[in-house]
Design a protein around this ligand. Structure first.
Ligand SMILES: Cc1ncc(COP(=O)(O)O)c(C=O)c1O
Length: 508
């Protein structure tokens, strides 16, 4: 079968959507509405339009005085059959990718090292827009670079959130980010999850039962991690994504699609014939999950991608794909704060994705090879887990389809000191001693030399640091987040300690 990427019209028909662009201005925070463009950047942008324009306006140091003329990176050769394995084993060829100030290359260091625009350098944005088009085929969207998803998210919170606003999110989530929104006066409303992630009917329940007179403005933003949800490791099915997008349309909600694990998918049926005929990008596009962005006819999705998990977290580079209106507001924020992502990283990405580097297809070959290595580690983790942990009957885990995390359920109800009461002393508070026992177990494992992330770390809290008052979340924190990205030895030793620690804790 030949893969023909669905056109935008086909996709609109598929999800039963009519083309329309809602007015998104109501979603902007007071800060975003009040922000004026950085006037110097506006003139700088005008100076870029006509080549050869003499710019005597900007305080940009002259490129002849930059103390660097060339930058070389040694990277794995992408011609290897399995580049990640060859790189790990040290058996593969290497490739040098170079950026120059005064010689031809994809992105001259003259440009990369100069001041730029908040959205990032055109060259890099185009390469990423090309990748986006081939993977998501998004209806009319713009790419802006970020310093990774943490940077992008915190900017999006400022762009969309006013003090007193409520945003929706998964009930266990990447608290580093949700906590960052609390000082802005944003409250989080947790949506229930099951083993397959966010439950759409609970999102609908929250929005339809919302009483603005009592609860304030109805939530107008959903923050979600659709692939390898951090911490639960769940990946949303296509059916759920469609339902969530439809609910977002019905209630006019913006979706912040934080997807740093999108490219790390396992058990993929990538077809060798497609690779041979059309290359890795199309072969991967056929089997990667459908993003919210790919369904986004309203321009209500801000999709956040990052190089952190597929190249290296210290790169501090990512990209935001959003509707032109929101992209412009985001770029204005960047123009007047961090200015733009660093030139060295942008130069590296430009060369890596360019003709002298891996190219976009080579990059996707790397991603494909990386998936196979992480899939091997996940399989090893699950095998050792079955042997050392599940066999005790004291904990269990689902096999994650993507990303880096396994969400381990501890069967606390088998503990002799586990207690459940009729009612809680605090409205919405705990009716069991789950949180205390998990805290004890965490400390015991730490004494044994093992750290697992307790679920309580990821439970949504309010601005005082307490659990939101109608969630009974403390009764559902009998989970640990563990990662399988480490070495085989770490996996073997860590899970052996875990199994024994559990047995001692349960006094078997
Ligand atoms: C769900 C999620 N969002 C955002 C981030 C931050 O990513 P970045 O390194 O791109 O800032 C992480 C990192 O672990 C994450 O798990």
């Amino acid at each position: 079968m030949v893969y023909i990427p669905p056109s935008h019209t086909d996709r609109a028909a598929e999800v039963g959507l009519k083309r329309r662009q809602p007015d998104l201005s109501r979603h902007l925070s007071a800060e975003a509405r009040a922000r004026l463009p950085n006037p110097i950047k506006s003139i700088w942008k005008a100076a870029q339009v006509k080549p050869g324009t003499i710019n005597m306006g900007n305080g940009d140091p002259h490129h002849t005085l930059y103390p660097v003329s060339e930058m070389n990176f040694i990277v794995p050769s992408i011609d290897e059959h399995d580049p990640v394995q060859a790189w790990r084993e040290g058996t593969g060829e290497q490739q040098i990718i170079a950026s120059y100030k005064d010689e031809p290359c994809a992105l001259s260091l003259r440009t990369a090292m100069a001041y730029g625009a908040g959205s990032g350098l055109q060259h890099v944005r185009e390469a990423l827009a090309n990748l986006n088009d081939r993977i998501h085929a998004p209806p009319k969207h713009t790419v802006s670079l970020s310093l990774g998803n943490a940077d992008a998210l915190t900017k999006c919170f400022r762009l969309l959130g006013d003090p007193g606003d409520s945003f929706l999110c998964e009930e266990f989530t990447f608290s580093a980010m949700t906590n960052a929104a609390l000082p802005l006066g944003i409250d989080w409303v947790p949506i229930r999850m099951d083993k397959d992630g966010l439950v759409p009917s609970d999102m609908e329940r929250i929005l339809s039962n919302w009483n603005e007179a009592v609860q304030g403005k109805r939530p107008h933003v959903l923050y979600t991690i659709p692939c390898s949800q951090n911490p639960t490791g769940s990946t949303l099915s296509l059916e759920r994504r469609r339902q969530i997008y439809q609910i977002a349309r019905d209630w006019d909600v913006i979706i912040l699609e934080d997807d740093p694990y999108f490219f790390l998918q396992y058990d993929l049926d990538v077809r060798p014939s497609t690779i041979e005929q059309y290359g890795f990008t199309r072969a991967m596009a056929e089997v990667l999950p459908r993003s919210f962005l790919s369904m986004d006819y309203d321009g209500r999705v801000m999709r956040l991608d990052s190089f952190s998990k597929i190249l290296a977290p210290g790169m501090r580079l990512g990209w935001v794909t959003s509707n032109d209106f929101l992209a412009e507001k985001l770029d204005m924020l960047t123009d007047s704060s961090s200015q733009h992502p660093h030139g060295l990283g942008q130069a590296f990405i430009a060369e890596l994705l360019g003709n002298q580097g891996w190219g976009v297809d080579g990059f996707m070959k790397w991603v494909n090879s990386l998936c196979r290595e992480y899939e091997r580690r996940r399989n090893l983790f699950m095998e050792v887990f079955r042997r050392e942990v599940s066999s005790t009957g004291l904990a269990s885990a689902e096999v994650p389809q993507s990303g880096m995390f396994v969400w381990i359920k501890v069967n606390l109800d088998r503990h002799t000191r586990y207690r459940v009461m009729e009612t809680s002393t605090v409205p919405g508070g705990p009716i069991s001693n789950t949180a205390e026992l998990m805290d004890e177990l965490f400390r015991k494992l730490l004494d044994c030399g093992l750290v697992m992330m307790p679920a309580s770390t990821f439970a949504i809290v309010d601005r005082t640091g307490r659990a939101t008052n109608d969630s009974h979340i403390a009764d559902r924190v009998n989970y640990f987040r563990a990662t399988f990205v480490g070495t085989d030895e770490t996996i073997e030793n860590g899970l052996t300690i875990f199994g024994r620690g559990l047995e001692e804790f349960f006094c078997y």
